[in-house]
Design a protein around this ligand. Structure first.
Ligand SMILES: Cc1cc2nc3c(=O)[nH]c(=O)nc-3n(C[C@H](O)[C@H](O)[C@H](O)COP(=O)(O)OP(=O)(O)OC[C@H]3O[C@@H](n4cnc5c(N)ncnc54)[C@H](O)[C@@H]3O)c2cc1C
Ligand code: FES
Length: 276
């Protein structure tokens, strides 16, 4: 089989998260593929619109929810604009799953703190649902999520769900000026809210994803709270083409982000040439 040949996927549902961010729920057209398809939290795929091209998104749904995958995307260019033209029932392509994953089994018995900004919640949402579907295996679960404004918060229905759970501590924040009259969450940048939430570093892993500036200022806060660089995981979004280590588009020095990543610890990032 040609390694670049995508699976055919049917769009089952389209959810508008914000004015420019959309989630697609996709099912495999082939029942055989649907039965054998599996992936791990943190992996990504190449999604294609026929005649427009391919682009890279994480798989935003949880591997514990079988039979479909979801991706959430912002329209920024050629392929993502073509994706916005698609409707429920249309066909698109998917190659994957590719890359490494968050080592959830290594985190069993520990507390988890998820920190995300903007559409960076997409890869983190996958791990959150995966962990919540195995809730007994973890101690405290804390989620800290921020966006520029209330209108920019993605996955509002799940934020509501997590807010209502007694076994999850959820902190939601928007940047100063981004609040509405009835906003009940925090106002402030994500690193400031991490400082306020003070997650305990002992026996805890942090999963951080968002704009580079958010990650840059969040890492020192976590370190101040006592998190070692091997307790902090993030996922990189270097531009990719093949997704399978063949084209060299995604390299950071000797590291292929598509094959060796996209998930790295803060310790591993420090060893990369263009580290945070
Ligand atoms: C592992 C991985 C996971 C990703 N997950 C998601 C996701 O879940 N949701 C999502 O919305 N996006 C995600 N991205 C980014 C996404 O791949 C790009 O936004 C998309 O490929 C743009 O395709 P396009 O054809 O519409 O844009 P193009 O026409 O190719 O480009 C439009 C503009 O976006 C810039 N651009 C394109 N790709 C990137 C990139 N990787 N980093 C920075 N700038 C870029 C271009 O330089 C250009 O300025 C991910 C990227 C990677 C590598
Ligand atoms: S995307 Fe081609 S080598 Fe990584």
């Amino acid at each position: 089989m040609n390694i670049y040949q995508p699976y055919l996927m049917k769009i089952d549902e389209i959810i508008d998260e914000t004015i420019d961010t959309r989630t697609l729920k996709l099912s495999f057209k082939s029942e055989d593929v649907a039965k054998q398809f599996d992936f791990k939290a943190g992996q990504f795929g190449e999604y294609s619109v026929f005649g427009a091209g391919e682009c890279t998104f994480c798989i935003a749904s949880s591997p514990t929810r079988k039979g479909y995958i979801e991706c959430s995307f912002k329209s920024v260019g050629k392929v993502t604009k073509a994706m916005r033209e698609l409707n429920v029932g249309d066909t698109m392509g998917f190659r994957g799953p590719y890359g490494n994953s968050f080592p959830l089994d290594k985190m069993y018995g520990k507390s988890l703190v998820f920190i995300a900004g903007g559409i960076g919640l997409a890869p983190v949402r996958c791990v959150i649902w995966n962990a919540l579907d195995l809730r007994d295996k973890f101690k405290d679960v804390t989620i800290i999520y921020g966006a520029r404004s209330v209108g920019d918060l993605v996955y509002k229905r799940e934020l509501e769900d997590w807010a209502n759970r007694k076994d999850v501590k959820l902190w939601q924040t928007v940047d100063p000026g981004g609040e509405t009259k009835d906003w009940k969450g925090e106002v402030g940048f994500v690193p400031t809210i991490v400082e306020k939430a003070k997650p305990a570093a002992k026996d805890c892993y942090a999963v951080v994803c968002g704009p580079p500036i958010m990650i840059k200022f969040t890492l020192p806060v976590l370190e101040k709270l006592g998190f070692g660089p091997d307790q902090i995981y993030t996922t990189l979004e270097n531009r990719m083409k093949c997704g399978i280590g063949k084209c060299g588009r995604c390299n950071c020095g000797p590291v292929y982000v598509c094959k060796d990543g996209p998930v790295f610890t803060a310790q591993e990032l420090r060893a990369l040439p263009n580290d945070f």
